[in-house]
Design a protein around this ligand. Structure first.
Ligand code: NAD
Length: 257
């Protein structure tokens, strides 16, 4: 299956899952647009590396996904958008009565509202091109909850709901919208949670990984960024043309429990 001739925008793709998805889309032949809010030399170098190793066109475009106008400008600057992967996301963990208001606002803006803005900007481009795929990176926390993650769980449930609406609004067009719900994937976002959890439960790194993080993941293994990239590529294939408005869990059995 080749995605040659398609252009994919992956938000929040200078690290972790987004970068893994960009690599797999490029390996499948799609031109890719990397994004983050940082605009460092390393960000542009990542795009050059992908282009050099896969032969596709790859670019980095800076846009802060917490700002609606920058989300929309990202799609405009890309010039094409056949595949939109809304991946940018942040996390903060605190009891709801102590949850910092600015963290709540940032999580809702980056993990949910950014996808509203990019999708609104991308759908007219997809309609003009006569084909489109919207893939939202939700989470097992889009389907279940955990304590201390009020903003994240609210945003991820929200993006699952929005995915269904986009699917219904495009149902009679050659455009699909789906959400992928990963369980734990070892990325910088997850890595950053390990020290706090170690301190909180007075556990070793190994204990935190097996007993806390992967406690709800029956496979007892992290999902990989390559597996998530492969799932996005599948959703872009002809085999997935009638898959729309749904969630695909890549969670080692988490949501089966
Ligand atoms: P990560 O921290 O490695 O990557 C997050 C990405 O978002 C980075 O590229 C970062 O630059 C970008 N980003 C953050 N704020 C941004 C902003 N304001 N504007 C633009 N880009 C911004 O984390 P990750 O684990 O790869 O997470 C990626 C997505 O996957 C998130 O939506 C996350 O909620 C989701 N997810 C992750 C896991 C996991 O276990 N890692 C599980 C389920 C869902």
């Amino acid at each position: 299956m080749s995605l040659s001739g398609r252009t994919a925008i992956v938000t929040g793709s200078n690290s972790g899952i987004g970068l893994g998805i960009a690599w797999e889309l490029a390996r499948a032949g799609a031109d890719v647009v990397l994004n983050s809010f940082t605009d460092r030399d390393e960000d542009h170098a990542l795009a050059e590396k992908i282009a050099g190793e896969t032969g596709v066109a790859a670019r980095y475009i800076k846009a802060d996904m917490s700002k609606g106008e920058e989300c929309r400008a990202l799609v405009e600057k890309a010039g094409a958008c056949d595949i939109l992967v809304n991946n940018a996301g942040i996390q903060h963990v605190a009891p709801i009565d102590e949850f910092p208001v600015e963290k709540w606002d940032a999580i809702l803006a980056i993990n949910l509202s950014s996808a509203f803005h990019t999708t609104a900007a991308a759908l007219p481009v997809m309609r003009k091109a006569g084909w489109g795929r919207v893939v939202n990176i939700a989470s097992a926390h889009g389907l279940t909850a955990s304590p201390y993650k009020s903003a994240y769980v609210a945003a991820k449930h929200g993006i699952v709901g929005m995915t269904k609406v986009v699917a219904l609004e495009t149902a009679e067009e050659p455009i699909t919208a789906n959400a992928i719900c990963p369980g734990y994937v070892l990325t910088p976002l997850v890595e950053a949670q390990i020290p706090d959890t170690m301190a909180k439960y007075d556990m070793s790194r190994e204990e935190v990984i097996k007993k806390v993080m992967l406690e709800r993941q029956p496979s007892k293994e992290f999902a990989t960024v390559e597996q998530l990239g492969g799932t996005v590529v599948f959703l872009c294939s002809d085999a997935a043309a009638q898959i729309t408005g749904t969630t695909i869990s890549v969670d080692g059995g988490w949501t089966a429990l």
